[in-house]
Design a protein around this ligand. Structure first.
Ligand code: DC
Length: 270
């Protein structure tokens, strides 16, 4: 666990394209460090789900904007991971369907939606001040002064393969070619939209997860966070951060590869 004093704000942002394992990694990293976890993609998905439920065309910018102004999107922080509530109702896995995944692209490109989400995310961070937050614009737009900014990347073919595997586990059969085409389309849309495009945030640590398994990714991110946190504290002359050997029980440190001497090779600071 990473122990910071009770009043300190400590924000870790994790951005990157779909299929890099961001959500799982961010959640597990947050647990390991004793921080809270915010899944901002879920918020955009909830807006898309509501549009579909009300027969609003996700590409109809004005109607979606009008809808979003009426929505109360918040999390139940007593659940782990926090559960998303829209107008007081838990949305559960309904935001993870293929239909919502297709609808969310135009919804997330809508400037009114983005403004509402960015404001909501900053409000959340004001109340939950020690946070790992993941999305596409967290380190670039929402929290450009975050203590640690991470950008996770992976080759598109690898991301497609991971996605096909995830869908297969849910009993949905697809082909890698089909998913790869969707991923390329989504990357293009996420990176070229006018508001909050997917970019590597200034000063971010970039980690390519193509050839690293998830446990290794989390180990490397933990190293990055500790390094950046210590550097910041040394700079600020504070001693309010210390290492606490107590750890997330799901992350057994004895599982780590002691001979991982190329540990930092894929980590590049921009
Ligand atoms: O990470 P995800 O697949 O759950 O994200 C769903 C969609 O929301 C995806 O199209 C990207 C978009 N998104 C965004 O534009 N900005 C964020 N901060 C998070 C997600």
């Amino acid at each position: 666990m990473l122990v910071v004093n009770a009043t300190a704000t400590f924000i870790v942002t994790i951005d990157g394209p779909a299929g890099t394992g961001k959500s799982t990694v961010a959640h597990r990293l947050a647990k390991r460090l004793g921080l809270e976890f915010l899944d901002t993609g879920a918020m955009y998905r909830a807006a898309a789900l509501e549009a579909l439920a009300r027969n609003i065309d996700p590409a109809d910018g004005e109607s979606v904007a009008a809808l979003v102004r009426t929505l109360d999107i918040r999390f139940d922080w007593l659940r782990d991971p926090p559960e998303l509530l829209v107008n007081g109702r838990a949305v559960g896995d309904a935001i993870r369907t293929e239909r919502v995944t297709r609808a969310v692209t135009p919804v997330a490109s809508n400037p009114v939606v983005r403004t509402a989400m960015v404001e909501a995310q900053r409000r959340i961070a004001a109340a939950h001040r020690r946070l790992v937050t993941e999305g596409r614009d967290q380190g670039s737009i929402v929290f450009p002064d975050a203590d640690v900014r991470i950008y996770l990347d992976a080759r598109a073919d690898i991301r497609a393969r991971r996605r096909v595997e995830q869908l297969r586990m849910k009993g949905i059969e697809t082909t890698e070619a089909e998913i790869l085409a969707q991923i390329i389309h989504r990357d293009q849309s996420d990176s070229t939209r006018r508001d909050g495009p997917l970019v590597v945030p200034d000063g971010a640590d970039v980690l390519d997860t193509s050839d690293i398994d998830i446990d290794d990714v989390i180990d490397r991110l933990e190293d990055i966070v500790r390094l950046r946190a210590s550097a910041a504290l040394a700079r600020d002359g504070s001693d309010e951060l210390m290492n606490d050997p107590s750890d997330d029980p799901s992350d057994d440190p004895t599982d780590r590869d002691a001979d991982d001497d190329d540990r930092d090779l894929r980590v590049a600071r921009r």
